[in-house]
Design a protein around this ligand. Structure first.
Ligand SMILES: [Zn+2]
Length: 305
């Protein structure tokens, strides 16, 4: 009997190993068959995930907190590119590396900017070129969702209704924040409707909600602050008695602290534009990013001290 028991014991161990051994590769196969959407930055990845639901695996080339404009792609990025179904980028020159990256890849490309009306950069080397940061205004965020919906429906027309439902739910959430932006900015005193940042990445927000804007450099791709630019921002803050100035999460706020020292304005904090924050940070999703930016603007520019 003992021998028999031992036999059954080994038999069951053998079966267990084989069954679990079999199930693992089959999981793997399913994963490999998932269609991958590759995108350029974390903010866009989050927006795509909200429309794609569980129909696609969405990956961002740049990681959280990285500077996106001048990113250098790696061999690992190329491998990911070769496995992806589609590459969705922002465009308007945001991803300076995108053309080169796509040269050797046989992949469908959707560029959001192809269907967005640009605001042009008004100075320096980028004068006359489109400002890429359209998503920073929740008004334009809704347009991004529409473009993503069209792209996904093209790839999987049989899931169009599912994407449509997801897009509608997501746009509702963006619209709620959009209304809050209007309320908050309309309630600011007229002379405080002035947004001073490090990068000139807020033009769409400024235009859509009636803010004036000032910045230390127009685009992160050339993030040097010249003495001329520094003096101009300091004078703007002094002349308009602007209570707070801001910087962004992906660059150093050192230069903006010079402005606060020189003017007595307070440092209003880091706005999020080109990247989300980590999961436990204030801008872990596009919606959280919009809310965070709105709260900082509200706290900074409402300050009567
Ligand atoms: Zn930027």
């Amino acid at each position: 009997m003992k021998k028999r028991n031992l036999f059954y014991f080994f038999l069951s161990v053998f079966l267990f190993i084989n069954i679990s051994g079999c199930s693992k590769p089959s999981n793997k196969i399913t994963k490999e068959n998932d269609q991958v959407i590759l995108t350029s930055f974390t903010v866009l990845a989050d927006m795509i995930k909200n429309v794609a639901g569980d129909e696609f695996k969405v990956e961002s080339i740049t990681k959280i907190g990285m500077e996106v404009h001048g990113y250098q792609t790696t061999p690992g990025d190329l491998i990911r590119g070769s496995k992806a179904t589609i590459f969705i980028d922002n465009g308007f020159g945001f991803e300076l590396w995108a053309e080169k990256f796509l040269t050797n890849l046989d992949i469908k490309r959707i560029t959001i900017a192809d269907k967005i009306t640009p605001i042009l950069i008004s100075e320096d080397a980028y004068k006359g070129k489109p400002n890429p940061h359209a998503w920073i205004s929740p008004k334009r965020g809704g347009q991004y969702v529409d473009i993503i919906f069209d792209a996904l429906s093209d790839i999987k027309p049989e899931r169009k209704e599912y994407f449509k439902k997801n897009a509608a739910i997501y746009k509702n959430k963006i619209n709620k924040i959009e209304k809050e932006f209007t309320l908050v900015i309309n309630s600011l005193e007229e002379n405080k409707k002035f947004l001073i940042t490090c990068e000139g990445a807020f033009s769409y927000l400024a235009k859509d909600y009636g803010l004036k804007e000032g910045y230390l450099w127009p685009v992160n791709a050339e993030s040097g602050v010249t003495p001329k630019r520094m003096v101009r921002v300091i004078n703007t803050v002094k002349e308009n008695k602007i209570p707070a100035v801001f910087c962004e999460s992906t660059v150093s706020n050192e230069s903006q602290l010079v402005v606060t020292d020189e003017t007595g304005a307070k440092f209003g904090g880091n706005l999020y534009v080109d990247s989300l924050s980590q999961e436990d940070g204030p801008a872990s999703t596009y919606l959280n990013m919009l809310n965070h930016n709105l709260n900082l603007i509200k706290e900074g520019l409402n300050d009567n001290s």
